[in-house]
Design a protein around this ligand. Structure first.
Ligand code: ADP
Ligand code: MG
Ligand code: MG
Length: 500
């Protein structure tokens, strides 16, 4: 058995050291870029829709995905723990989604502070009032963690949950391919020139099923619909750059399951689909069994009423939307904050040990409303903003406030608006020295990594569980002096874990 890092200093000491001297690494640039192109680890080039300033040829231009040159360390015990925990989290969120009383009380506590969430909630109420029945439920989730490892602390490194994503969790496909890239570099080069001290073995680079788990999960849900020649609609953003991550899911559905995928925006759904007899969602000659959303999580995904109407067409039909409206709502930051309050996890998870394991991953989360606790949290945030992060009900990165921006934000917004935010303890993950490759350039940087564990859930119309599993992992790595961690938002690169 490999030695586990039981204390923070064990963990920090077991990490390899990579070179700071990027001049020595220039030969890696072509090697990696060409490997990425050959293995579909690519994105569309930026400014695709800016036809005025780009030539037509740019419409077909691809760029290699931004990556870490070598894997970043994650404590093996914590990695295995959060992987094992994922089915329990899938169950927890399914139960939340079915608890109308809990969902409505929590979301109504946001008042009028958040127009977007209110609109999704209204659609959920409308769908519920109509009593629309779906043939099943499909959840494609990702639970994100940072490693809390204070030096000199009384315990070992711990994975702490940043958030739980229930909608459009991305990068599963590209993440798996980055793991392959690092395995290739290890076998082909032994990380020659990169590795300055320490060693890396293949057993430290975990296999990652995330290339296939999402497609396989959607296929299992598709089967519940019961029409072999139906289609899956992947609902996408116009001008999406992260297309290939999605195409790999499409590939899996076709190659492994013989299921056709059509890519449509919400506006195109409105223009091209109709709801026919028995609430069937029809696109031309085809019936839509599943609508997998890689859009619909941000206000910008609904620039006009047409997009809302397109979404409603799906929601009022028999087609299974991924996520369903209740799952979408269950992923709100407000739900995460309320879950952290005493007794709430336990309301959904009867097994004491499991509830404890879930709680162990939480850091302090506080309301910013007019309750006693909310007022106290407000005072605490103003007194020492460097200990916290303030989050609105948003997804997709770039919306949070940190440090000195917290008092500025809290000073600017009204008490009513404040209800739409939550306060969270800042997790201070240990910095590590890695080399990042983005835009054809190597940058040596002090970095911090965020681990995501995918979760796949499928249940039938009667609530019987068909699939409940972890679906592989994602490691995103960013320079440690930036707070936000999204790859799509331009903050981070895709990485793979080195278990130490
Ligand atoms: P989003 O849904 O927009 O991705 P997140 O809650 O994941 O929102 O926050 C975005 C980023 O902010 C995370 O990827 C992480 O880098 C940083 N972040 C969020 N919460 C914390 C926290 N409690 N401690 C430290 N960093 C955090
Ligand atoms: Mg999110
Ligand atoms: Mg996030």
């Amino acid at each position: 058995m490999s030695k586990l890092a039981r204390t923070v200093s064990d963990f920090l000491g077991a990490r390899p050291q990579y070179t700071h001297d990027i001049a020595k690494l220039q030969t890696y640039i072509d090697t990696v870029i060409d490997w990425e192109a050959a293995h579909g680890l690519v994105l569309r080039a930026p400014k695709l829709n800016d036809s005025a300033s780009t030539g037509d040829w740019l419409k077909a231009a691809l760029v290699p995905a931004p990556v870490a040159l070598a894997p970043s360390p994650i404590p093996r015990g914590e990695f295995e723990k959060v992987v094992a925990l994922q089915p329990a989290l899938n169950t927890l969120f399914d139960r939340i989604s079915q608890d109308h009383e809990f969902l409505s009380a929590t979301l109504e506590s946001l008042g009028t502070s958040d127009e977007f969430t209110a609109r999704v909630y209204d659609m959920y109420l409308k769908q519920r009032a109509l009593g629309i029945r779906k043939p099943g439920v499909i959840g494609i989730h990702r639970s994100d963690y940072l490693i809390d490892a204070p030096e000199g602390g009384s315990h070992g490194p711990r994975a702490k949950q940043v958030e739980f994503n229930t909608i459009a969790a991305s990068f599963a496909s590209l993440s798996s391919i980055v793991g392959d890239l690092h395995r290739f570099l290890l076998e082909r080069t032994g990380f020659a020139g990169i590795l300055e001290a320490g060693t890396i073995t293949k057993s430290q680079l975990p296999e990652n099923e995330s290339l296939t788990s999402i497609g396989d999960g959607i296929a299992a849900g598709f089967d519940l619909y019961g029409k072999r020649d139906a289609i899956v609609v992947m609902v996408v953003q116009p001008g999406e750059r992260n297309v290939y991550d999605q195409r790999w899911v499409e590939d899996r559905l076709w190659n492994q399951h013989g299921i056709r995928v059509v890519r449509l925006t919400f506006a195109e759904i409105l223009a091209r689909c109709v709801v026919g007899s028995d609430n069937r969602l029809i696109l031309g000659e085809d019936e839509v069994a599943v609508a997998y959303y890689r859009s619909g999580y941000a206000p910008t995904d609904f620039p006009s009423e047409r997009e809302w109407e397109g979404r409603w067409l799906v929601e009022k039909s028999r087609a299974i939307s991924v996520p369903n409206l209740a799952y979408h709502l269950a992923g709100c930051k407000k739900i995460q904050q309320v879950l952290a309050q005493p007794g709430v996890v336990e309301r959904f998870v009867s097994d004491r040990k499991t509830a404890e394991m879930v709680r162990e991953c939480f850091v302090g989360l506080y309301p910013l409303d007019d309750s006693e606790e909310g007022k106290q949290a407000y005072e605490d945030a103003l007194a020492d903003p460097t200990k916290y992060v303030v989050k609105p009900q948003r997804e997709g990165g770039g919306y949070n406030s940190y440090g000195e921006d917290i008092p500025k934000l809290l000073g600017r917004i009204s008490e009513e608006e404040r209800r739409g935010y939550i306060l969270m303890d800042l997790i201070r993950a240990p910095g590590f020295r890695n080399v990042l490759l983005r835009n054809g350039q190597l940058v040596a940087s002090e970095v911090v990594s965020e681990l995501g564990i995918y979760g796949v859930w499928v249940s039938d119309a009667d609530g019987n569980v068909v699939v409940n599993r972890h679906g592989g992992h994602l490691l995103r790595t960013k320079a440690s002096d930036v707070y936000e961690g999204g790859v799509a938002a331009g903050f981070a690169v895709i990485d793979s874990p080195l278990l130490v």
